[in-house]
Design a binder for this molecule. Sequence first.
Ligand code: KIV
Ligand code: ZN
Length: 522
Amino acid sequence: MSEKDHVLIFDTTLRDGEQSPGATMSHTEKLEIAGLLDEMGVDIIEAGFPIASEGDFQAVSEIAKRAKSSVICGLARANYKDIDRCWEAVRHAKKPRIHTFIGTSPLHRAIPNLTMDEMAERIHDTVTHARNLCDNVQWSPMDATRTEWDYLTRVVEIAIKAGATTINIPDTVGYTAPRESADLIRRLIAEVPGADDVVFATHCHNDLGMATANSLAAVEGGARQIECTINGLGERAGNTALEEVVMAMRVRGDIMPYKTDIDATKLMHISRRVATVSGFAVQYNKAIVGKNAFAHESGIHQDGMLKNAETFEIMRPEDVGLTETNIVMGKHSGRAALRSKLKELGYELGDNQLKDVFVRFKALADRKKEVFEDDLIALMRDQETGEVHDRIKVKFLRVICGTEAPQSADIILEIDGKEQRATAKGDGPVDAAFNAVKELFPHNAHLQLYQVHAVTEGTDAQATVSVRMEEEGRIATGESADTDTVVASAKAYVNALNRLLVRREKSDPDADVKTVSYKDAG
Ligand code: KIV
Ligand code: ZN
């Protein structure tokens, strides 16, 4: 295989993914995810949008300083101020990149109110400016797939002449289809002067469920960079999922003979981490990283699997970093066994952390006969979310349920170190528990999402509860797991509230990302 068959993986989980409402990550979480992407072999990490907020700027700068092998890229609109700020953040990287863009379709051109000629001039000037700062410049005509062909070729040529080294062709609204996606790239490469000297990239959104197919088709048309996110995180229906394009090219190398540098055995772990920190759970039947992606329940399937795994599996679970879901631990398991199992699952703990987790593991093992890998993952998530911002803690909860409403909840919360107790009624035990929290800690946040998943099977299974809350445009997600669904719900609610409080108090810079408009090209 030659260099020509190498497809660069550009991950934008921390930019396009993080932009999706409710997916805001903290500074520490962004650094952790960037570290995992770098280790996994991602070629380019789009670490954020530096002009959007002080928080984004700090995160991109810090990621740039820490990156070992990945190129670190920041996003900038088509104006000097954005580009300068972006450069200030990424310049710390061993391999920095500036990514500048402007909407070129008729609908997008109308927003900054520029004529075609004025926009062409703006593209020339801003790409030239970026290139004077940095050797590695990516340019994107936003909404390229709905831009008139003649105008698209004109502006792509201008960007190449002005010094862009990568031309990204975004399907911003998820409108294209595979054949069209391949043809568009193929024609651009064939017809735009200078196209052979740059890398063409594809950036697809999943509004019609075709993002992965469109990205792979673009590669067949000649693109050599795929822009994607872990778990397909991203605005609306999300972006192309990294794990899908990487595994598709690997499993179907016979018809898609392209290679990437991704260590696929790290996919499961990073998928779980992104799900946890973004608060966006992975759907059970999600390709590659969904809980059911390698589960075989029907008798025929199980029989076939026992005889030969290839009967129903086109890739092995271990290829994507999934270890076998067996009963892994019980109440007699010791600390060393727990440490080693957690290490296998991708969690390396220091002695003190292990001590805390072990206490919680023992408590869980006392309540639950069999502790599965998924239980341990839920325990770890709970440990982490519980540690983040904990002004409020649930100390005690008792609910009275019955066939007759209302139900009631008696709760003790520790708020800023002081224990307080309240009782409240509600329509069901969860509602009663939430009302009791509200009684002790009045707030105006409203619940946008409440989801319960069973972590494993059985009536003693842990429930993972995800909660999303919104207050004056600020959104926070919380998560918790417990064998008692109502306890998990109350803890998830308090967890989301804690995150919201931090955002409120610091007037969280992360939240500002959502207020910077792409419309403001000038
Ligand atoms: O979808 C899109 O067009 C983008 C651009 C900023 C590249 O995310
Ligand atoms: Zn996008």
